[in-house]
Design a protein around this ligand. Structure first.
Ligand SMILES: [Zn+2]
Ligand SMILES: [Zn+2]
Length: 351
């Protein structure tokens, strides 16, 4: 079968790779759509995770499709022909991280992947037994394959807000109005935020953020913490969500958070970057700093419900769709957004 194979952001090749059947406990899915994720184009990370050996590795995880094979020992109610959302990462449910509720910090979750090793920019993926057990959702008829690819990225935003909840009318500052910023914006609204401001250096993106429901926008070159306080009756933010992983934004987050507030560092800075934190400044403010990685089953289920019942608008975030052969274009557009591009989706069945 054909799959996109990662070498670097500007070198994504379409290659013929092994096509596996589904063994006894496994399920095979014909991939209909796979979203290009910001993490797919985090080059240092992707080369580490997927760039070996020789560019072969798992990437492409925001995946929907149709079940084409069900292994003889699969007891779950999955049938050939089912429309599904599948997840590459699933937790063990028994390690210490899982037991204390941090299922996405589970080593098993972080190392699970599709059997084909190429991820979902491929014609098919085969789900290992553990993924069949806890990584398949049926896609409701009213949700398109393209919309279904948002279950994972929205699930990640929902998980982040589990640790930095805006519920009860809290004020929220979202730093970065890219795709994850906009998903956080909509998630914060659904989660009960009272005031949401979003900042970005790109003013076109701020216009888009207004369309997706931001109460206020702040140009990233301004003094963002100061401007937020002006907009928020003099108070710092109850919740700061940083989706732009650069040191300036780390500093803005620390300066913008209000007393009793929480900062969610949602996007990681590069591994060699160290950020200075002045503990004194945070001490009497009783600030919580938190992080989140990926999404667990519950987060994904919530995301699917929100998409199905139109609590969030994912449809209007899809700006580009490419056939498998043009995966490279989807990558470049995600790595260097232009002309209002937000989400690129790959259709592996289209040539
Ligand atoms: Zn993703
Ligand atoms: Zn675990």
């Amino acid at each position: 079968m054909k799959a996109a194979v990662y070498y670097k952001n500007s070198d994504v090749r379409i290659e013929m790779v092994d096509d596996f059947p589904a063994d006894a406990g496994e399920v095979k899915v014909k991939v209909m759509a796979c979203g290009v994720c910001g993490s797919d184009v985090m080059e240092w990370y992707r080369i580490k995770k997927a760039g070996r050996p020789n560019g072969i590795g798992a990437f492409g995880h925001e995946c929907t499709g149709i079940v084409t094979e069900v292994g003889s020992k699969v007891t779950k109610k999955v049938q050939v022909g089912d429309r599904v959302v599948v997840t590459h990462h699933v937790p063990c449910n028994t390690c210490n991280a899982c037991v204390i509720g941090h299922t996405t910090a589970c080593q098993t979750l972080q190392s699970t992947k599709f059997k084909n090793n190429y991820g979902a920019y491929a014609e098919y993926v085969v789900l290992p037994e553990i993924n069949v057990d806890r990584g398949i959702f049926k896609l409701p008829d009213s949700v398109s394959f393209d919309e279904g690819t948002f279950v994972e990225p929205l699930g990640c935003a929902i998980r982040g807000q589990q640790w930095a909840s805006p519920a009860g009318g809290k004020s929220v500052l979202i730093i970065g109005a890219g795709l994850s910023g906009l998903l956080h914006l909509q998630a914060a609204r659904s989660n009960g935020a009272g005031f949401i401001a979003i900042s970005d250096i790109n003013t076109d993106r701020l216009k888009v953020a207004t369309k997706f429901g931001a109460d206020a926008t702040i140009v990233g070159t301004e003094d963002v913490p100061k401007r937020f306080k002006e907009l928020n009756g003099g108070w710092g933010a109850d919740v700061v969500i940083m989706t732009a992983p650069v040191p300036t934004c780390v500093k803005q987050s620390l300066d913008a958070v209000g007393a009793g507030g929480t900062i969610l560092f949602f996007a990681p800075t590069n591994p060699e970057v160290n950020s200075e934190i002045n503990i004194w400044n945070l001490w009497q403010k009783e600030v919580t700093i938190t992080h989140s990685y990926a999404a667990d089953f519950k987060n994904l289920q919530t995301a699917l419900r929100w998409i199905q019942h139109k609590k969030v608008n994912v449809k209007d975030m899809i700006t580009h769709v490419f056939p498998l052969d043009k995966t490279q274009d989807g990558f470049m557009l995600t790595a260097q957004p232009k002309n209002g591009s937000l989400k690129a989706i790959i259709h592996p069945q289209e040539k």
